[in-house]
Design a protein around this ligand. Structure first.
Ligand SMILES: Cc1cc2nc3c(=O)[nH]c(=O)nc-3n(C[C@H](O)[C@H](O)[C@H](O)COP(=O)(O)O)c2cc1C
Length: 339
């Protein structure tokens, strides 16, 4: 498949070299530093911070620092959300000061608490306002600025090609398009062909996103959209190696190859989250990951064991149960390199 060969070719984004063309999507509450570290180690071409509310960042609110801080990866990409040009510009300057190599602007989030504040995908309803934010960010920093968007607000307003063209004219160096409208939220199937209209509208790189979880789907989305790269989100649940697997045609680095190695891997992920957030918050935040790991690789774990892992407030107990669930023959483990 020629499209798959293309995925291994580095991509230039405004002078920043991205090592391959399969990216981890930003996912708030999921793609934190421990997750991005793992996806990068497995070979994802690019990883992006969870979105940071620029207003909160500009005001120095607690928690923003963890989202923007440099995790030592070769390309540090920070995503900003917001609706006030002054906050977006200030947020971009702060992120650049933390070492961001690329600033991404979120114009795709469908969540009501974000669109209700006229941020995220709500910006696609008012392109003039969206452009004021883009211009403010581009004017505030030296590093390349990118935009992530959906196809439009709804079926009657598929204006991603127009937004992408205007963004390019304003100096944006790459756009990512999730092939759904805001009103679809996550319903239905992403329209990969519709992304082609964005590709035709601009000469900067276009990243196609939505419902990709395997190399075959990555080849299809590239073929149907003509895009330059692929971004993968939810397929990573319980498998931080998916982007790396697609990029390396299944041979991603560091995929745990035995039940014991998988148990070690999951426990290390858990411990990294406890270290980052502190034990109390970390163990709550880690539960969704542990649930996905169980669903994906140890579906045979008993209900009591599952409950202990997902509700206990004692990290030592959780770790002991994880080791048991993933390492013993009683709970068959299925290792899957790609969904
Ligand atoms: C839980 C969750 C959180 C997300 N958070 C963000 C975010 O912070 N910024 C963003 O641009 N998109 C966010 N997204 C959208 C994803 O980046 C991606 O566009 C979407 O999930 C479609 O890709 P997929 O089908 O590969 O998951 C989020 C999606 C999910 C499911």
């Amino acid at each position: 498949m020629p499209e798959l060969t293309k995925l291994t070719v580095p991509l230039d984004v405004g002078g920043v070299t991205i090592r391959n063309r399969v990216f981890l999507a930003p996912m708030s509450g999921i793609t934190d530093e421990p997750f991005r570290q793992r996806a990068h180690a497995h070979g994802a071409g690019l990883v992006v911070s969870e979105m940071v509310a620029s207003g909160e960042l500009a005001k120095g609110r607690a928690g923003c620092d963890l989202r923007i801080r440099h995790s030592g990866l070769p390309v540090h990409m920070v995503q900003l959300a917001g609706r006030e040009a002054v906050h977006m510009a200030e947020g971009a300057r702060i992120a650049e000061g933390e070492g961001a190599d690329i600033i991404d602007i979120n114009m795709g989030c469908p969540a009501k608490k974000v669109t209700g504040g006229y941020a995220g995908s709500a910006l696609m309803r008012d392109l003039d306002h969206a452009l004021t934010l883009i211009e403010a960010v581009v004017g505030a920093v030296e590093v390349p600025v990118t935009v992530k968007m959906r196809l439009g607000w709804d079926e009657g307003a598929l204006n991603a090609p127009m937004l992408a063209r205007r963004a390019e004219q304003a100096g944006v160096r790459m756009v990512t398009v999730h092939g759904r409208t805001r009103c679809q939220f996550y319903q239905g199937k992403a329209d990969w062909r519709a992304i082609a209209r964005v590709k035709e509208a601009v000469s900067i790189p276009v990243v196609a996103n939505g419902d990709v979880g395997s190399a075959a789907e990555a080849a299809d989305i590239l073929e149907q959209s003509g895009a330059d790269a692929v971004m993968v989100g939810r397929a990573h649940y319980g498998a931080p190696w998916i982007a790396g697997s697609i990029a390396a045609a299944g041979g991603a680095a560091g995929i745990p190859q035995s039940p014991r190695a998988l148990a070690d891997y999951i426990i290390a992920h858990y411990e990294d989250m406890l270290t980052l957030y502190g034990s109390e918050s970390g163990l709550r935040q880690a539960r969704k990951h542990l649930g996905w790991y169980l669903d994906r690789h140890a579906a045979g774990a008993g209900l009591d064991q599952r409950k202990a892992i997902l509700t206990s407030f004692e990290p030592a107990r959780v770790i002991a149960e994880l080791r048991d669930a993933f390492s013993t023959a009683a709970a068959p483990v299925t290792l899957r390199s790609a969904a």
